[in-house]
Design a protein around this ligand. Structure first.
Ligand SMILES: [Zn+2]
Length: 410
């Protein structure tokens, strides 16, 4: 194959996936003004429903703007040999291929960060602010940015360096070592994320004694679930939106409740949400997700190892010195249709898991408080209650509110 042919294949992949997204978004937007299903009639009153429609429309417009901006820039970057320019620049500092790769990705990420930060600033301080969701101060916003950059330099940089080093010593077999590294790293992160990463961004405290804790403990005992770690996190530092999640396993398993969730819901509703999270654990969803993401990483790395040696990847991007990092960029784009498909499958499985966790909560606790909590949470985040089925199929990791309620009432 000619490098030019590959170049145009890469461009075609970028444009087609952009167009698929646009079609889905347009279909979804057609349903913004639909009548709310009867079962969900009590979620919004007239005024809040109007507000939710406005929120959907503003967000759709905004995401349209950002994605168009980003694809125009990406295509321009390709046609003006952007990768070659950055690669040459990185090579002007050093000859060491690991350092060249780090500097290369450093520049790319720095550049894209500068271009996207105004958008996330606008999203937080104009859109979310307007609808009363934003609680972030400017200081929190910039500190988050800084910490995020620091984390990606530290974690991303060291993983990338190790993988390139494996490639230097093991050649095409590097993928096996890289896979082991990624697997160990995922396991480690899953276990210690809450202890090591979350404290950088949030304060967590154990749930204090009181009626809520008693209710949770009595539920946990009933289902034979040892739960020593229930934490409350200060989500209200950034947003009024509420959440709860499960992390870790074995002795490290813990449930994290947002302080906003505790504010918004009654005790039995919080226990129902928690029962749903316990359901994910009991039905082995946590282990399944972890195992499948590790298997998928192995598959991806194996495919990468088949392509990375061929210089055509670099030549297609206009770079004459072929290298791991340029090959990685080209491979990333070639792989994106496959990751669309795997993402679709993961979302499909995740929606089944959500129903299973809901069923677990229904069987071991009760359906009613879970239904009212889901309604409240939807209301408080101005959720879209009438999404297009095709959009749900592609993008939703959770079933729609209507589907969850129908399932819970069965
Ligand atoms: Zn869930």
């Amino acid at each position: 194959m000619q490098p030019t042919t590959l170049f145009y294949i890469l461009i075609a992949i970028i444009i087609i996936s952009f167009m698929i997204d646009k079609i889905l978004e347009t279909l979804n937007a057609k349903h913004f003004d639909d009548k709310i299903p009867r079962k969900l009639a009590d979620v919004y009153d007239e005024k809040v429903y109007k507000k939710s429609q406005e929120y959907k429309k503003i967000n759709a417009k905004f995401s349209n703007l950002t994605s168009t901006f980003s694809i125009v820039l990406t295509i321009a970057f390709f046609f003006f040999d952007g990768f070659k320019v950055v690669d040459d620049l990185a090579r002007s500092f050093t000859n060491n291929s690991i350092l060249v790769a780090l500097i290369f990705f450093g520049f790319i990420m720095f550049g894209s960060d500068i271009l996207t930060t105004p958008f996330s600033y606008y999203k937080t301080f104009v859109i979310e602010e307007k609808f009363g969701f934003n609680k972030s101060t400017k200081k929190t916003f910039w500190l988050d940015k800084l910490k995020g950059v620091f984390m990606s330099i530290l974690l991303g940089g060291s993983i990338l360096s190790l993988i390139i080093w494996f490639y230097q010593i093991a050649g095409q077999n590097f993928w096996i070592y890289a896979w082991v590294l990624v697997a160990v790293f995922s396991l480690f992160m899953n276990m210690f994320y809450a202890k090591m990463i979350v404290p950088l961004f949030n304060k967590q405290r154990p749930l204090e004694d009181g009626a809520l804790k008693l209710a949770i403990e009595s539920y946990a005992e009933k289902v034979g679930f040892t739960l020593n770690n229930i934490f409350v996190i200060d989500g209200s530092k950034r947003s009024t939106k509420a959440n709860a999640y499960f992390s870790g396993f074995g002795s490290q398993k813990r449930i994290t409740l947002y302080d906003t969730l505790i504010n918004d819901l009654e005790i039995d509703e919080i226990v129902a949400v928690l029962a749903h999270e316990v359901g994910h654990y009991k039905r082995k969803h946590i282990i399944f997700n972890l195992a499948s993401s590790i298997l998928l990483a192995g598959f991806t790395l194996f495919l990468l190892s088949l392509f990375i040696n061929s210089s055509i990847l670099s030549e297609a991007l206009g770079v004459s010195i072929s290298s791991f990092h340029i090959g990685l960029i080209a491979f990333g784009i070639l792989y994106s249709p496959i990751s669309e498909v795997t993402g679709l499958i993961m979302n499909y499985v995740s929606r089944i898991f959500e129903h299973q966790a809901d069923n677990y909560a229904k069987e071991t606790y009760a359906a009613k408080p879970l239904i009212t909590s889901l309604k409240k949470l939807s209301k408080n985040s101005l959720s879209n209650l009438t999404p297009h089925p095709a959009y749900v199929f592609m993008h939703y990791s959770h079933p729609t509110l209507l589907e969850r309620i129908q399932n819970l009432e069965k």
